[in-house]
Ligand binder design. Structure first.
Ligand code: HEC
Ligand code: HEC
Length: 290
């Protein structure tokens, strides 16, 4: 074999001496040096890595490596550092009155960020991501409040809920004028026209006029003489264009028939104090609260 090695005429490169079919010869072209060095360096690096870091899976675990490094531990460390940084703010918020949080820019920023996150997790399913609300679930941006829009009122609502099982829940039940036959269908139609007329939307002035007397008798106690609502009773303002259940005649009739009775769960059993305070500050800031 060795004797068949020779310098190839065409390329000027030595052959390996391997010959096929009598005249097919192989040129001796080894891998470039730089490539081999990179390969060797990679192998050495890999061995070093196996020794220092977790590498090989085994039956009862894995080789942990000389440095004892673990990504999980590294993440835990970062989380702990983050918590420690937050702890300072959380402590201040725990001690502070809501108004104090509002007036301290650092605490306010922290509360708004925390409140926003907690809102997304807990409140968005009912109130919407941007707190824009849905039918039966109030918009919290519009500075129109059913139960009150100052910091304390908002905190109270969040803490104890509305018509919830909580002992301190906000509660107020509009009578079911239709279901309990307190008013007949014609009367409900009339008083609905009166409600629409409060916002300038009645199309039947006679019915609205008949409804006015019914309203004074049956509704004013909660919604006020003029229909502008009462926060203490959670009775919405009926004179503005903001409707919880809709402002079409059919919606208003339905509200009068059934009394509605929206339920908001209490949160003090599920969220800690600091989170509730953050939420109160966040919601207050949304609506340009009172
Ligand atoms: C299961 C649905 C639901 C969830 C979840 C929910 N809410 Fe509500 N929320 C309601 C309903 C319904 C009302 C209106 C009740 C009524 O008819 O008076 C309401 C009312 C409110 C009000 C009073 C608005 C006003 O005009 O006075 C505030 C403030 C509020 N929610 C904040 C929150 C916050 C903050 C969260 C999250 C921690 C939350 N809600 C989670 C259903 C929900
Ligand atoms: C005992 C107090 C009370 C009385 C009396 C009462 N309401 Fe209400 N009304 C409420 C409350 C509380 C709500 C809010 C219900 C909810 O949030 O689920 C409400 C809601 C409404 C709504 C829905 C408002 C919206 O934004 O969608 C209409 C309409 C309404 N009432 C009309 C009337 C009319 C008309 C009468 C008289 C026939 C009347 N109410 C009597 C307490 C009362």
């Amino acid at each position: 074999m060795a004797d068949k090695k020779r310098i190839d005429d065409v390329t000027g490169v030595e052959t390996t001496g391997h010959v096929w079919d009598d005249d097919l010869e192989e040129l001796n072209k080894p891998l470039p040096k730089w490539w081999l060095y990179v390969l060797y360096a990679s192998i050495i690096w890999a061995i070093g890595y196996w020794v220092l870091y977790p590498a090989w899976p085994g039956i009862n675990g894995y080789t942990e490596g000389y440095l004892g490094y673990s990504q999980r531990a590294a993440v835990m460390e970062q989380v702990a550092a983050g918590k420690a940084a937050q702890a300072k703010y959380r402590e201040s918020i725990a001690k502070a009155e809501l108004a104090e949080i509002k007036s301290d820019p650092d605490l306010l920023n922290f509360a708004l960020a925390g409140g926003k996150a907690a809102f997304g997790d807990n409140c968005a399913p009912c109130h919407g991501r941007g707190a824009e609300g849905f039918k039966g679930y109030p918009n919290l941006n519009d500075d129109d409040w059913i139960w009150g829009g100052d910091l304390a009122a908002i905190e109270q609502t969040i803490r104890h809920g509305i018509r919830s099982p909580d002992a301190d829940t906000r509660v107020s039940d509009m009578p079911k004028f239709g279901q309990d036959q307190l008013l007949d269908a014609a009367q409900i139609g009339d008083v609905a026209e009166h409600v629409l007329s409060l916002g300038g939307n009645s199309t039947d002035p006679d019915a609205a006029a008949r409804g006015a007397a019914l309203f004074a008798e049956n509704c004013a106690a909660c919604h006020g003489e003029t229909g502008s609502g009462m926060l203490e009773l959670g009775a919405p303002n009926l004179t503005d264009a903001i409707w919880l259940y809709g402002g079409e005649k059919a919606d208003v009739v339905e509200s009068i028939k059934t009394g509605r009775g929206g339920v908001m769960p209490p949160w003090h059993t599920r969220l800690d104090d600091v989170t509730i305070k953050q939420l109160a500050v966040y919601v207050h800031a949304l609506g340009g609260g009172k």
